[in-house]
Write a protein that binds this ligand. Structure first.
Ligand code: NAG
Ligand code: NAG
Ligand code: NAG
Ligand code: NAG
Ligand code: NAG
Ligand code: NAG
Length: 515
């Protein structure tokens, strides 16, 4: 085609897309607008909030920018505005609701087709969401939310010539994301990019897997049927692992026949601990009765940059996060044991604004403020050790195979910490004479989330091998070292971009060719 003809065709197509229609001859005029990162929020802190938390001008600016950005990432205005998240019915007629509440793993609500307009999903994927029941640390049954991201066509394994290309069910990856936040609206199922976007869930769906992902208790639904708060029991890996397994059971009920029995568990960071937790939960004696329906289909876990020793790494962020749910676990816990009065004031504001990671950085790692943590005494309190024992994974039996992936330049999850957990776990297996496969993949020079990008072909192959029923390449406890192909200094080590929503007509010029 002649170059001019081609570009005028592209222009027509782009204009049609900008007008929100592809019908020929319709010409709605759209004015392209410059979009800010906080385009859908006008959030400001009140004078009283600023005073109570003793925020400097720069801290106020940081915090407001973070909240505006986060609010602008909420699909349909987030969990408090989206009727899907109401426990008592609500939502459109596309949703069905049941009300069984006595057992975990029960389906409460199904949204078979989630309107993708408010999300930044890759083209030709489809989204569903469910509400279902799970349990907290002490076994209380509570409601939670989850999503399923569907592939355009499922990957087919063990295909014979006769059934080539005729997949009936999609192979399942039970995905556990890294820290998204601590309150209802931080739920990945209400985040435009499902929080981890291309780092894993989009990649998996585009590779032919159905991605089943729990929001984890306290996110999505943050109040129970009786109106009581559901605190997120942050970094309690085996508790969130149950959230995931119960979500999978409920999703299989919701989408009968569409999800394969075989599944691989995969997670990163907080979710890396959870994926390891899935492997541990399925090795517990009780799993014979609790998860008998799922256990036979389990094919292994991948723990990317996992949280295994929860107060190491970045304790000044971890302490505020853990403290949010700690009183429900240890009723004697008092915030003054970990926090200064400034710290408590900032925690109150953190709760009021339902902050996430970026808000926490502005409030708890604020270079313009005095100390928020009682630096000399927090680690003398017994809660640190007690919660670590409840939450940490490692040095326990697990159902393999387990692939642990760790970058050496990770600042959130230090490489020596993961190495120690892996080493301790391997020693534990040896002393208990348990045979299990654990591969430790060490990636030289990669950082936290980018370690997933560096190893994408490796984990995709590992997952496919499990579905094909191949044995692991090397059995027992083994370490693999991975180096960059070109010199490390040639590579960009951390991404400096994010997915920007361009679904409103005035922003649609931002997407390549519009359609
Ligand atoms: C913008 O935010 C409002 C209020 O939360 C919400 O109702 C609306 O859906 C959001 N708009 C977009 C395009 O997401
Ligand atoms: C279990 O946890 C819930 C909330 O997390 C709390 O209200 C309840 O008292 C706890 N029950 C027991 C027996 O510890
Ligand atoms: C508020 O913060 C400023 C700057 O860090 C400090 O000088 C002042 O003492 C603080 N006020 C209170 C009441 O903590
Ligand atoms: C506890 O904190 C103090 C003061 O920061 C530090 O010197 C000590 O090493 C810490 N102990 C542990 C076990 O982390
Ligand atoms: C990791 O990479 C750095 C920089 O390229 C190199 O100097 C170092 O030898 C590598 N480490 C290992 C253990 O291979
Ligand atoms: C493929 O076949 C292998 C070997 O029979 C089996 O272990 C595996 O579960 C099968 N995978 C699927 C997805 O059916």
């Amino acid at each position: 085609m002649h170059k001019n003809a081609l570009s005028s065709l592209a222009l027509c197509v782009a204009a049609a897309a900008a007008a929100g229609t592809l019908a020929q001859g319709q010409t709605t005029t759209i004015t392209n607008k410059i979009q800010s990162a906080g385009f859908n929020s006008t959030f400001t802190l009140s004078a009283a909030q600023i005073k109570a938390a003793n925020l400097s001008t720069s801290a106020v600016a940081n915090l407001e920018a973070a909240v505006r950005f986060d609010q602008s990432q909420l699909a349909n205005g987030g969990t408090y505005e989206d009727a899907f998240y109401t426990l008592s019915g609500g939502g459109s007629s596309k949703e069905t609701t049941t009300t069984t509440t006595t057992e975990p793993g029960k389906l409460l609500k199904v949204q078979r087709v989630t309107d993708p307009k408010s999300f930044t999903l890759p083209a030709n994927t489809a989204l569903s969401r469910i509400l279902y029941t799970t349990t907290n640390l002490n076994g209380t049954v509570i409601p939670n939310s989850a999503y399923v991201l569907w592939p355009f066509q499922p990957r087919v394994f063990n295909a014979t010539a006769a059934d080539e290309g005729k997949a009936t069910s999609a192979p399942v990856v039970l995905w556990s994301r890294g820290t998204a936040g601590f309150f209802g609206p931080a739920a990945p199922s209400t985040n435009r990019g499902l929080w981890y976007a291309n780092a894993a869930p989009f990649t998996l769906a585009l590779d032919g897997y159905a991605v089943v992902a729990s929001d984890f208790a306290g996110l999505g639904i943050d109040k129970s049927w009786d109106g009581s708060d559901i605190p997120h029991q942050y970094l309690a890996s085996r508790v969130s692992a149950r959230d995931g397994l119960y979500a999978l059971r409920a999703a299989k009920e919701a989408f009968a026949g569409l999800l394969s029995d075989e599944f691989v568990s995969f997670g990163h960071s907080q979710g890396g601990g959870v994926a390891w937790g899935v492997a541990e939960v399925l090795a517990e004696k009780e799993s014979e009765s609790n998860f008998a329906d799922l256990k036979t289909g389990y094919r292994g876990s991948i723990a990317g940059s996992p949280t295994t020793d929860l107060f190491t790494g970045t304790p000044y962020l971890i302490l505020p996060f853990v403290s949010l749910g700690l009183k429900g676990i240890f009723p004697s816990f008092d915030l003054t044991e970990w926090f200064t009065s400034l710290g408590i004031a900032r925690l109150n504001l953190f709760r009021e604004i339902r902050g996430g990671i970026a808000e926490a950085q502005s409030l708890f790692l604020d270079p313009t403020s005095g100390p928020v943590i009682k630096e000399d005494s927090w680690n003398q309190t017994w809660y640190v050790d007690a919660y670590s024992r409840l939450g940490n994974v490692g040095s326990r039996p697990f159902l393999g195979p387990l692939l642990v992936i760790q970058g050496t330049a990770d600042v959130y999850i230090p490489y020596p910490v993961t190495t120690k957990t892996v080493t301790d776990t391997c020693q534990f297996l040896e002393s208990e004479k348990i045979s299990a496969d654990l591969e430790y993949l060490v990636v030289n020079g990669t950082m936290h989330v980018p370690t997933l990008d560096a190893t994408r072909p490796i984990w995709l192959k590992w997952i496919a091998d499990r579905f094909e029923g191949r044995p692991v390449e090397r059995s027992g406890c083994v370490t693999t070292n991975l180096e960059s192909w070109l010199p490390l200094e040639n590579y960009i080590l951390t991404s400096d971009s994010y997915l920007q929503f361009a679904g409103e007509p005035e922003y649609s010029y931002e997407t390549p060719l519009g359609i």
